[in-house]
Design a protein around this ligand. Sequence first.
Ligand code: NAP
Length: 522
Amino acid sequence: MLNTSAQEEQIQEQVDAIRKGKRNPSVIVIGAGMTGILMVIKLREAGITNVTILEKTANIGGTWRENTYPGVACDVPAHMYTYSFEPNPGWSHFFAEGAEIQQYFEHVANKYGVMNSVRFNEAVTDARFKNGKWWVKTSKGAALEADFLVAATGILHHPAYPDIEGLDSFKGEMFHTARWNHDVEIGPNTKVGVIGTGSTAAQFIPELVKTGAQVNVFQRTPQWLLPLPNFEISEKAKKRLKNSPFLTALARKTSIAFLEHFFTKAVTGHKVQRWLLETACKLNLRISIKDKTLRDKLTPNYRVGCKRVVINKTFYNGIQQPNAHLITEGIKRITEKGIVTKDANGNEQEHELDVLVLSTGFNPFNFMRPMNMIGREELHIDDAWSERIKAYRSLMLPNYPNFFLMLGPNTPIGNFSVIAMSEVQTDWVIKLMDRWRQGEYDEVEAPWESVNQFNAYVKEGLQGTAWVGGCQSWYLDADGDPILWPYTWQRWVDEMAEPKMQDLMTRQNETISQPTAAAEVV
Ligand code: NAP
């Protein structure tokens, strides 16, 4: 038998536990792409039910809703480019096409009831942290508040337009690849110009060539191509995969192992893998391009992997067709009629065009901007990042309590499935939120020391990577530092297993706990 005071204590403990267990935070997620969908599913699974997604457009899907150019496909194997909890034995190809991926996300969002949480056509214009909450304004004039704010805004979604004289003077049809204008007819004898030769261009150029159009490809820098074939998965194989979760899991694990132990290691400086990747790309160029002059034009002068390796088996064939023309003279200006190039001797030539496609990539450093974001002490996001774009563990920023930036700077982008990355980060975020739910803190943020320490740690590893191999790429920030993760995938996963509370700063009931090496290691 317990005495009265012990009984009272026990009851009080239970009441406290119930109260703590009942803390159910409100969460606003910005963006209903792959990460936003995942976040809602995982939050609900963890018992966090008060979740709203604000989506600027009329549909979910992010990248795969926006990119509809001909030939759009994912260059990460399809069975790996799926949520771990929702395998898809029905993928039609080894590398899935864009429309099929969009369908997959719509299927998942419907199946898990995500759509009910989304407010469509409502962009976040302002987000401000004040009095312990995030206050959010939207393009529809709504004002919302939440305990946590999650930016699931993606990376490659702000089209980069080239800074070329006369761009706006072109009188033909012109569009960026992420805004493909399907109303523009491209057929035999249409004169098309393409600026850019990255992963996107490599996918759609062969498709344009097939239409019989005269395709003029304006290449500033050649790319290394790894020729992985995109085979169709037969109905019989799909059936087998459907009937055997073991086989579906095996297909996924094999792809993960390939990327983890070959591709990721090759670009992060492991010698054997690097040699294999270099050899494969060089052989591909040597074998695929017969004409020496063309081959020379297509030969990069930087290390394989410095720019993101283009996974593609169709471009070299497409560019060798009689109606494809590779132009390597520099673009001088754009006119009403087309593009003027200038050769090494100073001779100018005008290439008349009906259609101009800008395959010039994205501005990856905007992240959640142009949103007007203001943290504690009136710290605007532009000021927080005035010197350099950085975040603690890619996710957290000083003076931005209870805010998480998914797929932020130094996530292992470029070498792996972004879905796998988002899953790891989502688990980390939910573990941290769980501490809030248990009443361990009211506000959590990463102080500058932790951000700087993380950045120094990352910078140390970048030296041996292919990304610092003497080329210009979207990986590099204004200082020329890649915003990527330089170590192995497994190391990243291990280090993200639990939030390290000793790195973070928490507040509760007006008290502040500063980070200290002596603090509890979780
Ligand atoms: P990108 O790799 O950044 O390529 C942009 C291209 O435009 C480059 O060839 C660049 O030349 C050229 N360019 C830019 N400004 C120019 C100018 N002023 N004059 C002449 N050329 C100019 O863009 P992307 O091809 O859209 O690919 C971006 C990323 O999207 C990829 O790296 C990849 O991560 C992702 N992506 C993925 C898939 C997939 O299957 N998962 C498919 C497509 C794209 P320089 O090289 O000289 O700068």
